[in-house]
Design a protein around this ligand. Structure first.
Ligand code: ATP
Ligand code: MG
Length: 388
C-alpha cells in the first residue's frame, strides 16, 4: 500500500512540520515561564489568509499544555462569552476542583436492586460570572504552579461586546498577578478595527506579531522532512523548484506538497516532473481556496485596483494604476492604503505596489472580467472613498 500523504492543505490544521516560527513559539513559552507581567502573556497574531495564524494559536496551546496549563480554545463567533461561562470554565473547574461536585445517594436508586445511584450537585453554578470563574480556577491552579491560557481565533469587531468583557476580565487577572495568558489571531484589517476600539486597550498592549512568508530554506525542510518521514524521497531539483514556487507562503507549502506527493504515490522518489505537475495543480486550486474568499472582503473598486495591477508582470507604478483606473493619484492612493491594510499588496519601494501572495496576479488575470464588472463606471465619489 502506498504511504499516506503527510501534507495538510486545510485551514487551521497544524502541518506535519511547522517551520520558520520557532522564535515566536519560544517567545510565547518564555512568557508563560516568566510569570505574570511577562509581555508574551498577551499575544496577537495577524497576517493574510493562510499565513498560519490558527496554526500559531495551536502552537501556543501546545506550549501551554506541555507546561501543565489548562487551555480554552475559542473563536470570536456568536455566543463566545456564553460558551466561556456555561461550558469551558465550569468544565475546567469540575476537572481541577476536588470539592467541585458533591455526591449524594438518590433515594430512588437506593431502593433498587442494591445498587446505589449518585446524583451530582454542582458546586460551580453556571450563573457565576466570568471574573469569578477565572479567579476561582486560577486560585486552584496556582497551587499546582500552572495557569490558564485563553485563545481566541478570528478576532473580529462583530463580537466586540464579548471581547470587551473577556479582555477586561483578563486585564484584571493580569493586575492581580494571576496565572493567565491570552493569545488571539485575526486578519490584519479585522484586528486593526478592533484595536481602534477604546475598551480594548488590553489588546493594544499585547505583543503583536505580523506573520509573513517563511524562508525558502525553511520551505525546503517543510517539504522534504515530512516526505522522508513518510518513507519517500524527493530529488534536489524537484525540491528546489517546488520550494521556490511557494514563495514561502505557508498554505502553499502544504498545497504544493500535497499535490506533488499525489502524482505517483507508489513511486519511492518524487521527480522533477511530479513537482511541476504538483505545482500546476496547486496554482489551479489556490484561487478558489484562498483568493476567492479573500476578495469577498474587498469592495468592487478595490478589485478594479488589483486587476489594474495585474496588467504588470512585476511591481506596479502608482501613477500607472491611477491612469488605468481613469482617476487621480489622490483617489487611487486611498485604495492603495486600504489594500495595504488588507495585506493583499505591499509597497516594495516608494511609488510602487506589488502583490503579497503568490499566484494572485495570475488569478486576477484569469478572472478579471467577473471581478471588475461590478466596479464600473469608476468615478471618484465626493467623499473620495467608497464605503467598504
Ligand atoms: N509555519 C508553517 N509551516 C508549514 N505549514 C504551515 C505553517 N503555517 C501554516 N501552515 C499550513 O498553512 C495552512 C494555513 O494555516 P492556517 O490555517 O493557520 O492559516 P490562517 O492564517 O489561520 O488562515 P485564515 O486567515 O484563513 O484563518 C495550513 O494547512 C497549515 O498547516
Ligand atoms: Mg485561521
Amino acid at each position: 500500500m502506498a504511504p499516506r500523504n503527510p501534507f495538510t492543505p486545510s485551514f487551521g490544521v497544524s502541518p506535519p512540520l511547522l517551520v520558520g516560527r520557532a522564535g515566536l513559539i519560544e517567545e510565547f513559552g518564555e512568557g508563560l515561564d516568566d510569570g505574570p507581567g511577562a509581555p508574551g502573556r498577551a499575544t496577537l497574531f495577524t497576517g493574510p489568509r493562510g499565513m498560519g495564524k490558527t496554526v500559531m494559536l495551536n502552537a501556543t496551546e501546545h506550549e501551554a499544555r506541555r507546561r501543565g496549563w489548562l487551555v480554552i480554545s475559542e473563536s470570536a463567533t456568536k455566543g463566545l462569552l456564553d460558551r466561556m461561562v456555561t461550558e469551558h470554565l465550569p468544565g475546567l473547574l469540575r476537572q481541577v476542583d476536588p470539592r467541585t461536585t458533591g455526591r449524594r445517594a438518590t433515594a430512588a436508586s437506593v431502593g433498587g436492586l442494591g445498587s446505589v445511584g449518585w446524583e451530582h450537585t454542582d458546586a460551580h453554578p453556571v450563573a457565576s460570572g466570568l471574573r469569578n470563574q477565572i479567579n476561582r480556577l486560577t486560585d486552584l491552579l496556582t497551587a499546582n504552579e500552572t495557569g490558564l491560557l485563553i485563545t481566541v481565533d478570528e478576532l473580529h469587531r462583530g463580537r466586540l461586546d464579548d471581547l470587551t468583557e473577556i479582555c477586561s476580565v483578563i486585564q484584571h487577572s493580569f493586575r492581580e498577578e494571576r496565572q493567565v495568558a491570552f493569545a488571539g489571531a485575526g486578519l490584519p484589517a479585522a484586528v486593526r478595527d478592533l484595536l481602534n476600539e477604546d475598551p480594548l486597550t488590553f489588546l493594544i498592549r499585547a505583543d503583536r506579531h505580523v506573520l509573513g512568508a517563511v524562508s525558502l530554506r525553511d520551505v525546503a525542510d517543510a517539504l522534504r522532512l515530512p516526505i522522508e518521514t513518510s518513507g519517500r524521497t524527493i530529488t534536489n531539483g524537484a525540491l528546489a523548484r517546488a520550494a521556490s514556487s511557494t514563495a514561502g507562503y505557508p498554505f502553499l507549502i502544504q498545497l504544493v506538497g500535497y499535490h506533488l506527493w499525489r502524482q505517483h504515490p507508489s513511486a519511492v522518489s518524487i521527480s522533477r516532473s511530479d513537482a511541476d505537475a504538483g505545482m500546476a495543480a496547486a496554482a489551479r486550486r489556490i484561487g478558489s481556496l484562498v483568493y476567492e474568499p479573500a476578495l469577498k472582503d474587498t469592495s468592487a473598486v478595490d478589485r478594479s485596483f488589483l486587476v489594474a495591477m495585474a496588467l504588470d508582470d512585476g511591481p506596479s507604478r502608482m501613477a500607472d494604476i491611477a491612469e488605468r483606473l481613469g482617476t487621480d493619484g489622490n483617489y487611487a492612493g486611498q485604495y492603495r492604503i486600504r489594500l495595504l491594510q488588507h495585506e493583499l499588496i505591499h509597497s516594495p519601494w516608494r511609488g510602487f505596489v506589488d502583490f503579497s501572495l503568490p499566484y494572485l496576479r495570475e488569478y486576477l488575470r484569469d478572472h478579471a472580467a467577473s471581478l471588475v464588472s461590478a466596479a464600473l463606471p469608476l468615478t471618484p465619489t465626493p467623499a473620495g472613498v467608497e464605503a467598504p
